[in-house]
Design a protein around this ligand. Structure first.
Ligand code: UD1
Length: 360
């Protein structure tokens, strides 16, 4: 069996790593890795391959940045050639980024089976490019691997036949459990002179939060106020960095907010593991904090990961200064050890590999 994985953006890499490991142990399986080049900075891409032990991609399409249409079209044009050369039995696409939908669309039209890892999640917010990517990818996929039962319900409600839906659990958590012992040895909090549970970790990069000066200003004001009470560590995504510069909105040097370059997976996990609070708009961090029991405020009106809210570790907050500061004061330090979500157990990749061997 020849499996071809397509990844492109930072949140794809921790979903690929466990499958690359699992497939490499199975005889008779050839696994080809294609990187679209959607993310290309070392700290957005190569450092993740290194931290997670993913083999070098066999092919890099080097598409880089562009508008949604340009980026998606470039990936489609270039991946078609690769699929015609490689002729895989199945392609695997991950998550909800432009690389995911582009590859799924091309493979479907070439008659190549598509497996979608992290299928069925829905925010029902069509202003999110990721929601469009999720719905279209799931419509095209032959094998839909869901991380949580709400994913199954969403797919059934959209008319996906039961036989295509496979509840395998959350593959992100495979990566967390795999690297956590090593991440804990790094003692990153000490390196930043932080006391365990006495600091806040922040990531913000969604266009809805950072592309408007008013909203980004509200968020940064909230961080400055929280920074008066606790150190706030903020590794800044390239998009957010550009917007801060464009709107002249950088927090003052003497505030409690420390802006960092994007950091690697191990370092990030190590920081989040010992944080008193996380504030984010990322999908992955909502899941990682839920697994680790660290309180998380998600600056969004909705989430495609409602299990994290049901568990009680994650809370949605409006992207406004007052409500964020208030929620941060309430939630800070409320760590919940031993929180469990069904099949977030570190073995999702093995289940996917088993299903591939059975059904491809
Ligand atoms: C993409 C995903 C988003 C995911 C995020 C994680 C889509 C639609 N969005 O958003 O779901 O949460 O990745 O990071 O696929 N840039 C760099 N270096 C890089 C990559 C990007 O400087 O290595 C800058 C470029 O100026 C680029 C901007 O960041 O224009 C945005 O990159 P892009 O991949 O288009 O979207 P993200 O905002 O990263």
């Amino acid at each position: 069996m020849k499996v071809l994985s397509v990844v492109g953006a930072r949140p794809n890499f921790m979903k690929l790593a466990p499958l690359a490991r699992s497939l490499s142990k199975r005889g008779g399986v050839k696994h080809v890795i294609v990187h679209t080049g959607q993310h290309y900075d070392v700290e957005m891409s190569a450092s993740f391959f290194c931290d997670l032990g993913i083999p070098e991609p066999d092919v890099n399409l080097e598409v880089g940045s562009g508008s949604h249409a340009q980026q998606t079209a470039q990936i489609m044009g270039r991946i078609e050639t690769v699929l015609l050369e490689q002729r895989p039995d199945v392609i695997l696409v991950y998550g909800d980024v432009n690389s995911t939908v582009a590859a799924a669309l091309v493979a479907s039209k070439l008659g190549v089976k598509v497996g979608h890892v992290e299928a069925g999640l829905r925010s029902r917010d069509w202003s999110m490019p990721e929601e469009i990517n999720r719905v279209v990818t799931d419509r095209l996929a032959n094998l839909l691997f869901t991380p949580s039962r709400d994913g199954n319900d969403n797919l059934r409600a959209e008319g996906v036949p039961n036989g295509r839906i496979h509840f395998v659990g959350n593959i992100m958590i495979d990566s967390v459990t795999y690297v956590l012992p090593k991440a804990r040895q790094l003692n990153t909090s000490e390196r930043y002179a932080l006391t365990d549970r006495e600091y806040v970790v922040v990531t913000l990069h969604r266009p809805s939060n950072v592309d408007s000066a008013d909203t980004l200003g509200e968020l940064l004001r909230a961080l400055e106020q929280i920074g008066n009470d606790y150190p706030v560590l903020f590794p800044v995504h390239p998009r957010t960095k550009q917007r801060m510069a464009q709107f002249a909105l950088e927090p003052p040097e003497n505030s409690g907010v420390r802006l960092l370059e994007p950091i690697g997976y191990l370092e990030m996990l190590s920081l989040v593991d010992r944080a008193g609070l996380v504030i984010t708009d990322s999908g992955g961090l909502q899941e990682e904090t839920s697994f680790l029991g660290v309180p998380c405020l998600t600056a969004r009106p909705n989430t495609e990961r409602p299990v994290t809210i049901a568990l009680g570790t994650n809370e949605l907050v409006p992207s406004q200064c007052g409500p964020i500061v208030e929620a941060a004061r309430k939630r800070f330090g409320a760590v919940r050890e031993g929180a469990v979500i069904e099949l977030w157990d570190g073995h999702a990749a093995e289940r996917i590999a088993d299903i591939l061997e059975r059904s491809v």
